[in-house]
Design a protein around this ligand. Structure first.
Ligand code: ZN
Ligand code: ZN
Length: 198
């Protein structure tokens, strides 16, 4: 599903057979009810054929495969600590996490602070003028923020934009209304620049 060499996810394309896309080509992510070990996400992605298709991706592939870690690691967002199991792993990615270097981050508007996150917390992505609008459900406070970031910020683990755009808007909890507000805000250019030093 995820190829660490190319940083791409493989899905089926009805016209080309196969599609290989970066995380920034995702448009919607939704955790499916039921499956828990591992959790499974329904993904809508922009395909090179010009259409958007649905695909499925496991939680491990989404959050851990890009770091070269396949499961076995649990990150506690409330304490910003890795669990004991991860401490045993003498892995470069784990060492970076332990040193407080986050593979992904965003600016939580309701909390007015940057937060570490993982791709499974991104639930809407929309390309803009060379940048990418992302709606993120904060792993710590569960509320939604919309940031404007570079493609690399999403596609390349540990590449964090020094500054991101932040929409100064408190988003509703339900997806339908968030989607609407997201599109409105994204193209209204009411972004405020915030530093993302963690
Ligand atoms: Zn396609
Ligand atoms: Zn938050």
């Amino acid at each position: 599903m995820y190829d660490a060499l190319t940083g791409r996810f493989t899905f089926a394309c009805p016209s080309r057979g196969e599609a290989r896309v970066a995380l920034s080509a995702f448009r919607e992510l939704e955790r499916l009810p039921g499956a828990v070990h591992p959790a499974v996400y329904r993904v809508l992605f922009a395909c090179a054929c010009g259409e958007e298709h649905e695909g499925l991706v496991s939680h491990d592939d989404l959050d851990w495969a890009p770091l070269g870690l396949q499961g076995g690691v649990f990150f506690n967002f409330m304490t910003s600590k890795l669990d004991d199991l991860a401490v045993e792993l003498n892995d470069n990615a784990v060492r970076k996490l332990q040193a407080g270097e986050w593979p992904w981050s965003f600016f939580c508007f309701p909390e007015d602070r940057p937060r570490p996150t993982f791709p499974s917390s991104f639930f809407l992505l929309a390309p803009g003028d060379g940048s990418l609008g992302i709606a993120v459900r904060c792993p710590a406070c569960q509320r939604t923020s919309v940031n404007l970031v570079s493609h690399e910020h999403v596609d390349v683990p540990w590449h964090n934009d020094p500054e991101v755009g932040v929409v100064e808007h408190l988003f509703a909890d339900d997806l339908e209304r968030t989607l609407e507000a997201f599109r409105e805000e994204l193209y209204s250019a009411t972004f405020d620049a915030r530093r993302i030093d963690l």
